[in-house]
Design a protein around this ligand. Structure first.
Ligand code: GCO
Ligand code: MG
Length: 396
């Protein structure tokens, strides 16, 4: 069997996605992958079209690991979000093909189901703690058991619903102290309103220094968060020692990482409790299962990134891997723009608190290319930015 073509589609059904279709010399046998990198989509599309896709023509699509090693190490330049997202798109498509050839869902190829579904969490953001509590109650009524609580801190304008990270326009500067006061107060109000049962996540989103993050982790410990995510910036991971020393609040990190080596100190020193890597940004399923295996040895669990800015194909890959590992923690789920359903089929489905995938061969997803063509790339879609009161750059 041989790869005969690699197509790269950039489509924007509600937001931009970069898709990879790998075609083979077997009639009707193809695989779809997701290579979306929010705000840098065209860089990944160019890396695929101009550099990686030509290397795949004629290769055996069944040799997934060899292809991964060839594209990661064999072509010299390695790592970083652009190349690893491009590699992920290829890897997901190859696993999709392998499942279709075997007539098995990818989770079966990975060792079979270890669970009936992936415990999911829903974004329940709001302008204040009351609105968050109302959104948590609504998500509870829908069956969710785990929730992410983000509040419109003093530096950002109101936002329409649970996509605060991507749509918030920061009209005012961010400052640490108002944020450090707002989050414990938010947890206090949520616990007073909702009691101890709801499992609540908060995403710090790389905003604090290590000692501030340690202060926040200690301040919210009594409200027993499910985890505090991305407390500090990802560049110097060992700084998480300062955060870890400060409390027993569970910690999570990883969405900005691009391979297993970036996770290592956090896992091997048990500085985190959940790995938050994004399967679309770490090189795909082949890498995700290796990270999960490393983490399992250190009692660290997986909580794959699942924002609206990766395609339903990666959301399906998330659940396939969730279904096949022992150290699953929780799966981030997202609302998608309505237009997404025009283009993508076979996304994971939600049932009584859990995300599930069908037993269809491969990833179980498909793409309507005619519909995708109706949604051209939207250049205005890019990442928010944020400044401090003195005008300096702030991680948003
Ligand atoms: C999350 C993430 C997102 C990111 C977004 C960047 O935990 O879901 O922090 O909100 O900000 O995916 O493109
Ligand atoms: Mg995050």
């Amino acid at each position: 069997m041989k790869i005969t073509d690699v197509k790269v589609l950039v489509t924007a059904p509600g937001r931009n996605y970069v898709l990879v279709k790998i075609e083979t010399d077997q009639p009707g046998l193809y695989g779809w992958g997701d290579a979306t990198l929010n705000g840098r989509e065209l860089a990944v599309a160019a890396a695929l079209r101009d550099h990686l896709a030509p290397l795949l023509i004629g290769r055996d699509p069944g040799r997934i690991e060899d292809t991964w090693q060839f594209l990661f190490r064999g072509t010299y330049w390695r790592g970083g979000p652009v190349l690893m997202t491009a590699l992920a798109g290829i890897d997901l498509a190859l696993w999709d093909i392998k499942g279709k050839v075997a007539g098995l869902p990818v989770y079966s190829l990975l060792g079979g189901a270890t669970r009936d579904g992936a415990l999911a969490y829903r974004h329940c953001d709001g302008r204040d703690a009351q609105e968050i509590a109302d959104n948590i109650r609504a998500a509870q009524a829908a069956g969710f058991k785990v929730f992410r609580a983000q509040m419109d801190v003093p530096s950002s304008r109101a936002f329409p619903d649970s996509t605060w990270m991507d749509l918030t326009t920061y009209s005012q500067p961010f400052e640490d102290e108002p944020y450090l006061r707002a989050v414990p107060a938010m947890f206090e109000r949520l616990r007073r309103e909702l009691g101890d049962e709801p499992q609540i996540i908060h995403d710090v989103h790389e905003r604090l220094t290590p000692i501030q993050a340690g202060r926040l982790a200690a301040a919210v410990e009594s409200y027993h968060p499910f985890f505090l995510e991305d407390p500090i910036r990802p560049e110097h991971k060992e700084s998480m020692r300062l955060v870890r020393q400060s409390s027993r609040t569970p910690l999570a990190m990883g969405e900005l990482f691009n391979h297993r080596w970036e996770c290592l100190p956090l896992i091997t020193e048990q500085l985190i409790d959940y790995v938050r890597v994004d399967i679309a940004h770490i090189g795909g399923i082949s890498e995700a299962r290796k990270i999960a295996a490393i983490a399992e040895a250190y009692h660290v669990q997986m909580a794959f990134h699942g924002p609206p800015d990766i395609a339903p194909i990666t959301h399906a890959a998330n659940v396939h891997v969730d279904m096949a590992i022992a150290n699953f923690g929780v799966q981030e789920s997202s609302k998608f723009p309505a237009e997404v359903e025009d283009v993508f089929m076979g996304a994971p489905y939600f049932e009584d608190g859990y995300l599930k995938v069908s037993a269809a061969p491969g990833l179980g997803t498909d793409v309507d290319e005619t519909a995708a063509a109706r949604y051209p790339y939207r250049p205005e879609e890019y990442l928010p930015t944020l400044r401090r009161a003195d005008g300096s750059v702030q991680d948003w």
